[in-house]
Design a protein around this ligand. Structure first.
Ligand code: 5GP
Ligand code: ZN
Length: 115
């Protein structure tokens, strides 16, 4: 199910523009607006889940199955020296959008703006 008001559901429905870097039937990956480093990407299930607690095993499988391919493409494109993969659940952990997403953050050096 999708949520009418959810910004990431809107991006998945192509109602709001997103710079899409990968897509299949279940999963969408697009550049984060804030780009903490060059190539910062968000990977989401197209069907709405609020966060980690709400994610079905199938959604988890679908999303994680795309990560090696997306991270390899990002690594090549940005010539990253490393990559962070992370997810925030709950405001206290830094979640600001209530649609589950994984952050893929290419790392260039230790002073590249993240961590
Ligand atoms: P969180 O803080 O929930 O872990 O991550 C949410 C991320 O979504 C933030 O890094 C923020 O920059 C990004 N974001 C919020 N709204 C939009 C949007 O409309 N488009 C895109 N591409 N990213 C967004
Ligand atoms: Zn949503």
């Amino acid at each position: 199910m999708q949520k009418e008001s959810c910004i990431f559901c809107k991006i998945a429905r192509k109602e709001v523009p997103g710079h899409i870097v990968f897509e299949n039937e279940q999963v969408l990956a697009f550049l984060d607006l804030s780009q903490v480093t060059k190539g910062h990407t968000l990977v989401i299930p197209k069907q709405h889940a609020d966060n980690l607690y709400d994610l079905s095993p199938e959604q988890a499988q679908d999303v994680f199955a795309t990560i090696p391919q997306i991270s390899r493409a990002l690594q090549q494109e940005t010539e990253a020296a490393g990559m962070n993969l992370l997810s925030n659940t709950g405001k206290v952990a830094g979640q600001s959008v209530s649609h589950f997403h994984l952050h893929l953050i290419p790392r260039h050096d230790k002073q590249d703006g993240f961590g």
